[in-house]
Design a protein around this ligand. Structure first.
Ligand code: SAM
Length: 271
């Protein structure tokens, strides 16, 4: 996988991605990363690449031509038109499904905006995908590009060790991951669930799967609609739902009784 990041701040990309697992993958040549400075294509000796927005308003807009030339330079280097992702809060929200789709590409170009964004005409010309990392506005596209590169690289063969890639992760099968524990077995009086110390691998697997279902139901219930569950797991989910419903009804009854009792106590007593 070859990543090409078009940016006004190449040092941010280089410093941010040369550590840990991604840094190791770059050093091993499994992925390559080139940060292309859009200012190198400014076409003026000041390296100026932004200007005031037509129609007025606050801020500056990145001009079309330098972005276009930076993009063309990448195309010329690799000899074809790659997918060009514009990082923008107006894009489709980044997801694990998108990660797996992008990971199939040989080259990916990330276009990082700054200030008020980029002249619309060059976006129409070069961009294939508009992606947001969430419903909030950042100062630039560099952090979103790094987030995407990190997530996509995990799916590039060889980036994770065999042990790391065999692990169950959140969003696999549309479930969140089960809770994790490490030494010591008792920490400040809190014990690790005994099943994890039993050495019974089959039972541990069943427990972890149930914890995944429970956690997904508690934290991201909407994911369960597309989760593939066995018959037994569906029954387990049904049991959780029923138990929760019973608890809820119990709470209502207790609250109801308390309210009645309170009302009675407040009533004036005849003497
Ligand atoms: N004026 C733009 C708007 O309202 O849509 C926002 C511009 S933002 C201040 C500057 C740049 O940061 C954008 O061009 C984009 O590249 C990047 N950016 C900001 N928030 C982002 C997000 N949630 N996801 C992806 N990129 C983002």
């Amino acid at each position: 996988m070859h990543y090409h990041v078009l940016t006004l701040f190449p040092e941010m990309i280089e410093q941010g991605l040369h550590t840990s697992i991604i840094g190791r993958a770059i050093e091993a040549g499994i992925i390559t990363l080139s940060a292309v400075n859009i200012r190198d294509y400014a076409g003026n000796r000041y390296g100026k690449v932004d200007d005031y927005p037509y129609g007025g308003g606050a801020g500056m807009v990145m001009q079309a031509e330098p972005v276009y030339q930076a993009c063309r330079a990448v195309e010329d280097t690799i000899g074809r038109k790659p997918r060009v992702i514009y990082l923008t809060p107006q894009g489709q929200t980044f997801s694990q499904t998108m990660v797996e789709d992008f990971a199939k590409e040989e080259d990916l170009v990330f276009l990082c905006g700054h200030y008020e964004g980029i002249d619309e005409r060059v976006l129409e010309e070069v961009v294939t995908d508009y992606v947001s990392i969430g419903d909030y506005v950042l100062t630039g596209g560099e952090l979103p590009a790094m987030v995407m590169i990190d997530a996509i690289s995990r799916f590039v063969p060889g980036v994770l060790s065999n042990e790391e890639s065999a692990q169950f992760e959140s969003f696999q099968d549309n479930l969140l991951e089960y809770p994790q524990y490490s030494r010591p077995s008792v920490w400040r009086g809190k014990e690790v669930p005994p099943i994890l110390l039993s050495g019974h691998h089959a039972n541990v697997e069943i427990w972890r799967r149930q914890q995944s279902i429970l956690r997904t139901w508690q934290r991201r219930p909407e994911l369960l609609a597309d989760a593939k569950l066995t018959k037994k797991e569906q029954q387990y989910l049904e049991k959780i739902r029923q138990e929760e419903q019973e608890k809820e009804e119990g709470r209502k009854t207790v609250c109801g009784r308390t309210a009645d009792a309170d009302r009675k106590e407040d009533e004036p007593h005849e003497s």
